[in-house]
Write a protein that binds this ligand. Structure first.
Ligand SMILES: Cc1cc2nc3c(=O)[nH]c(=O)nc-3n(C[C@H](O)[C@H](O)[C@H](O)COP(=O)(O)OP(=O)(O)OC[C@H]3O[C@@H](n4cnc5c(N)ncnc54)[C@H](O)[C@@H]3O)c2cc1C
Length: 429
């Protein structure tokens, strides 16, 4: 063995692992610099965690996220903030719970992590790409487990005692994570859930939302509308774009939508001649139900009956949206008193529970994270070691876990990196 722990990837998960995996650690990063994606997070400000407890983080990751519990209990958001404070990076929490460095500079977070990893004895080798994991059977093991015996890099072979795979997902490939982590995991015999883009803008089948690009609905909501969909309405500012919809509710729905689209395509498409699509329901103002809108229309009929419905509606939302919705509901530009009950009902439904169809996301180059990755059943949650490959650990986004916007994905990167770093160090002793 020429190396203690070898960490593949110098993102937040790999750098954190390097802070805990003990002296003799080598971290290999394919780019000339570590933490490239970290520098881009939070628009350069780095939303590094959320002011919430471990269970709150788990809730942001969906059904399978109980898996994260040991990592998050050992390194919850509060402990992450204390860790960075010890490294000289003070943090503050914004009113929505998102936590940023006081300096508002992602570079301070990345530099602190890199400094700490080096100070704790890790050797960082930038410009080194890992190309292959070579495994062998564990001699005499009744469970037929394997171990990594060597790692092929573009600069030669390494023989580490333990390997932490922290190569990220597949989104924003220019920032380093190009899906090679998934290929390495497959080589090692691990099951990888097919990756799809997540936290990405949505493309609508309907053309009319695209004509409203730039409009923001501060109190918007969205839910995915198919049998078995995982979530109720997700709320927050909703943004119309040139392709369809964005903003936190749309971004947070995008992983589930992309996975569903992939399944539909693999099963043969969306029906004869149809591009596959996923139905969603959009609420334009979560403070108002369909009944509330009907009551408001009733008041308009009683008091302002001669005025055009779209002009009255334009007092409640941007005019272009009001006009588009009146058109959809069949109300046109008629006076409110002359608009039939059926059209008013259709308009109330459009305002509170609008049906749209999503045909895709804005893709890998615009997705903030990856859904899919190393299947959770391959990993032991208390250490993040692979069940089948005893000296291999998987951390961060390479694992099949993706969370909402709001600092949750970095929280997982830090917490998983720490857990596997400590476990890797224990394996050496
Ligand atoms: C624009 C943008 C903004 C974001 N903002 C936020 C935010 O504010 N808050 C938040 O919580 N999350 C945010 N995220 C998500 C967050 O950045 C990721 O979830 C997180 O970086 C994942 O960490 P990681 O260490 O697992 O992977 P990465 O950060 O992707 O790091 C993986 C590293 O491995 C290297 N690598 C890959 N393959 C190899 C190989 N074969 N050999 C050697 N090295 C390799 C890559 O070059 C890369 O440096 C954002 C993402 C993007 C794209």
């Amino acid at each position: 063995m020429d190396t203690g722990v070898l960490i593949i990837g110098g993102g937040p998960a790999g750098l954190t692992a390097a802070c805990f995996s003990g002296p003799g650690t080598v971290l290999a990063e394919r780019l000339p610099q570590v933490g490239r994606k970290l520098l881009a997070t939070g628009g350069g400000r780095c939303n590094l965690t959320h002011e919430i407890d471990a269970d709150g983080v788990i809730n942001a990751f969906g059904r399978t996220a109980r898996f994260m519990r040991p990592a998050l209990l050992a390194f919850p958001p509060q402990a992450i903030r204390a860790f960075f404070s010890d490294l000289g990076v003070e943090t503050l929490s914004e009113p929505d719970g998102c936590v940023f460095p006081v300096s508002q500079k992602a570079a301070d977070v990345a530099n602190a992590l890199e400094r700490a990893a080096r100070a704790r004895g890790a050797q960082i080798r930038c410009g080194t790409r890992i190309v292959r994991l070579l495994t062998e059977e564990l001699p005499g093991d009744a469970a037929c487990r394997r171990r990594v015996k060597a790692v092929e890099t573009d600069r030669g072979l390494l023989h580490p005692e333990a390997v932490i795979l922290a190569a990220g997902g597949q989104s924003y490939p220019d920032l380093g994570s190009d899906g090679s982590g998934f290929r390495l995991a497959c080589q090692a015999g691990l099951e990888v859930t097919p990756p799809v883009p997540a936290l990405a803008g949505l493309v609508t089948r309907e053309e009319w939302p695209k004509t409203l690009a730039g409009i923001v609905l501060e109190h918007g909501g969205m839910r995915v509308d198919f049998k078995g969909a995982s979530r109720p309405m997700l709320t927050g500012p909703l943004l119309f774009t040139h392709k369809g919809l964005s903003g936190p509710p749309a971004l947070n729905c995008s992983g589930e939508i992309a996975a569903r689209l992939r399944e539909t395509t693999e099963a043969g498409g969306g029906g004869e001649g149809l591009t596959p699509s996923v139905p969603v329901r959009v609420c334009l103002d979560t403070r108002r139900s369909g009944e509330d809108w009907m009551r408001l229309f009733g008041e308009w009929r009683a008091r302002k009956g001669g005025r055009a419905l779209h002009n009255l509606l334009a007092g409640e939302m941007p005019r272009a949206l009001a006009v588009a919705l009146c058109g959809l509901a069949g109300a046109g530009d008629a006076a409110v008193a002359r608009t039939g009950k059926q059209a008013l009902r259709a308009l109330a439904e459009a305002c509170s529970d609008l049906r749209l169809h999503i045909t895709g996301t804005e893709g890998w180059s615009r997705a903030m994270v990856t859904r899919g990755g190393v299947a959770l059943k391959e990993l032991e949650p208390s250490t993040l070691a692979c069940r089948k490959v005893v000296n291999l650990f998987c951390v961060g986004e390479v694992v099949d876990l993706d969370g909402w916007c709001g600092g949750y994905n970095l929280t997982w990167a830090f917490a998983s990196g720490r857990l596997a770093g400590c476990a890797g160090a224990r394996q050496l002793s």
